[in-house]
Design a protein around this ligand. Structure first.
Ligand SMILES: Nc1ncnc2c1ncn2[C@@H]1O[C@H](COP(=O)(O)OP(=O)(O)OP(=O)(O)O)[C@@H](O)[C@H]1O
Ligand SMILES: [Mg+2]
Length: 509
């Protein structure tokens, strides 16, 4: 190999290095170039794998090259890495410490040399560049070593840059992953099973539920109809140590007044006509578990006193019995009525209200947490698709309308609406045309005044506001207000007239 060839290779190498910022590709191009110009083969660049502290292949010209890894000082390559000096093995078959046995086997009948040079950046050996050569008679390897050293010197900085960038990227990826996990963990720790929603209100409620679940404190759930009071009541029970015991719901509005008492407390045989056997009440059945008093605002006053006693004494008495029984139940009550107002009006006992209101959780209406709507929509879509054996998706326009609508019946209404749309749809996709007529009407009329409200302010409005504010702040002294605004008093006076801004304090100078 003559020195002209070396100059050519160096020249081409410098061109490649300047051609692009894809360092890895450049390195690969360069070693291929070297292979094409010389008789060197199996050229490879190895760098340190920081995790295992071994040299591993970064780039190589020949696929068959075994991906051997070297520890520092191990084999020839490991020694070049350790000592930072070039090495030539004239005949690899004669070299004891040569590790790449498969290559020796492959070239059984030929004499193969191995050349390796360190890749250095400043004083640090960051890798090893190596190559094989089938040896001709009396060949000298000086030129080859010189060439490889030149290439190693020229590419070292770029390899280092490539490694730094890669490391930085990996670090960022790792950080991103950690962050993602943290967010997921945070979400899952504040989110409750069976409760869909990501709004601040839902996440806070869920966190609160987790906090109070282990206690036996009475909880009052309030909120409009269909907001999920029962869903939260169940979540509270199933996250509590009472989870394996019964959760019994009593709808205080649905049971006739005369029956409610016997439903709640049970009765002894013969307690009244028709009481042919003893019957346990719901409180007794729920022993160890939770009683959910739904629609507590509809409980008759007469029964309110009896419930109060259960709360105070933790005991019940069956109808027709004179011996009280101890029970251990947690009480969760719910209502969409304004109990405080009822107390004021005398239709709800004040003492019971305070007993129930130990921990009070308000579940806001869906229109105040619209960010939950898309999640709920996808959730119900999934539920009903499964239930009705369909595979419907939803158009963006429909989703927009669903988010826009006010949902006076809250989640229950949303759920029913989607179920209905899914049952009735004959297409693969639900669109805004599938909306029930009443909702469709409301969304279109609803959207126009809303849009108007959202219009950005006009220049005049902004100017008027600024001048009014400046006047107020400067005690209605026009000269001072003008200074504040960076205007002349004349300009301000002109605008006061134009916008008919009242000069309340009556000072005009
Ligand atoms: N966050 C939620 N995630 C999933 N489903 C919900 C959620 N909130 C409510 N639902 C569903 O919406 C419907 C109404 O909820 P729920 O019965 O708990 O409301 P409510 O507040 O008790 O209403 P009402 O005052 O009318 O009794 C139920 O079918 C429930 O499963
Ligand atoms: Mg309910």
């Amino acid at each position: 190999m003559d020195s002209n060839l070396i100059i050519d290779i160096v020249y081409e190498t410098s061109k490649i290095l300047a051609s692009s910022l894809d360092y890895l590709k450049n390195i690969e191009k360069i070693i291929r170039l070297v292979k094409n110009y010389t008789n060197l083969e199996y050229i490879s660049v190895r760098i340190e794998d920081k995790d295992t502290q071994e040299l591993k292949v970064l780039s190589h010209t020949d696929i068959e090259l075994p991906h051997l890894r070297y520890k520092k000082g191990e084999g020839i390559t490991g020694k070049v890495w350790q000592y930072g000096v070039p090495v030539v093995i004239q005949d690899i078959s004669k070299e004891e410490s040569f590790l790449n046995k498969s290559l020796i086997a492959k070239h059984k009948n030929k004499k193969v040399a191995f050349l390796a040079v360190p890749i250095k950046v400043e004083k640090e050996v960051i890798g090893v560049l190596s190559a094989y050569k089938i040896v001709k008679e009396n060949e000298s390897f000086d030129m080859y070593i010189r060439l490889l050293s030149l290439i190693a010197n020229m590419t070292g900085q770029f390899i280092k840059l490539y490694l730094d960038v890669k490391q930085e990227k990996e670090k960022l990826e790792k950080e991103k992953l950690v962050l993602k996990r943290q967010i997921e963990k945070m979400l899952s720790s504040s989110q409750l099973e069976g409760i869909i929603g990501k709004s601040k209100a839902v996440l806070e409620l869920s966190q609160m539920i987790k906090k109070i679940a282990p206690t036996s404190a009475t909880v009052l759930l309030t909120g409009e109809s269909g907001v999920g009071k029962e869903v939260f009541a169940k979540a509270l029970h199933f996250h509590s140590p009472r989870a394996s015991k019964p959760f019994i719901k009593i709808n205080c509005a649905a049971i006739p007044e005369e029956l409610l008492e016997s439903e709640l407390f049970g009765y002894e045989k013969g307690a009244f006509t028709g009481a042919t056997h003893t019957k346990k009440g719901k409180f007794e059945l729920a022993d160890g578990g939770t009683i959910f008093l739904d629609e507590i605002g509809d409980m008759p006053l007469s029964l309110q006193a009896k419930i109060l006693r259960v709360l105070q004494e933790k005991e019940i008495e069956r109808l027709g019995s004179s011996s009280p029984r101890k029970i251990d139940v947690r009480i969760i009550a719910a209502t969409n009525k304004d109990l405080e107002k009822m107390v004021y009006e005398g239709t709800f006992r004040e003492d019971l209200y305070y007993r129930l209101n130990v921990i009070s959780l308000y579940i806001p209406p869906l229109r105040d947490r619209k960010e939950d709507i898309p999640l709920l929509v996808y959730y119900f879509l999934d539920v009903f698709n499964k239930e009705y054996g369909k595979d419907l998706t939803i158009s963006d326009a429909l989703m927009e309308k669903l988010v826009e609508y006010d949902w006076p019946g809250n989640i229950r209404q949303l759920q029913n609406t989607l179920e209905r749309m899914i049952i009735l749809s004959k297409d693969k996709i639900l669109t805004d045309k599938d909306l029930p007529i009443d909702i469709k009407k409301q969304v279109t009329t609803q959207s126009s005044p809303n849009k108007k409200l959202q219009l950005p302010k006009t220049v005049e409005e902004i100017e008027k506001e600024a001048i009014t504010k400046a006047l107020e702040e400067s005690g209605y002294i026009i000269k001072d207000a003008a200074k504040k605004l960076g205007m002349t008093p004349r300009q301000v006076r002109y605008r006061i007239d134009k916008y008919s801004i009242p000069l309340k304090k009556g000072r005009f100078r």
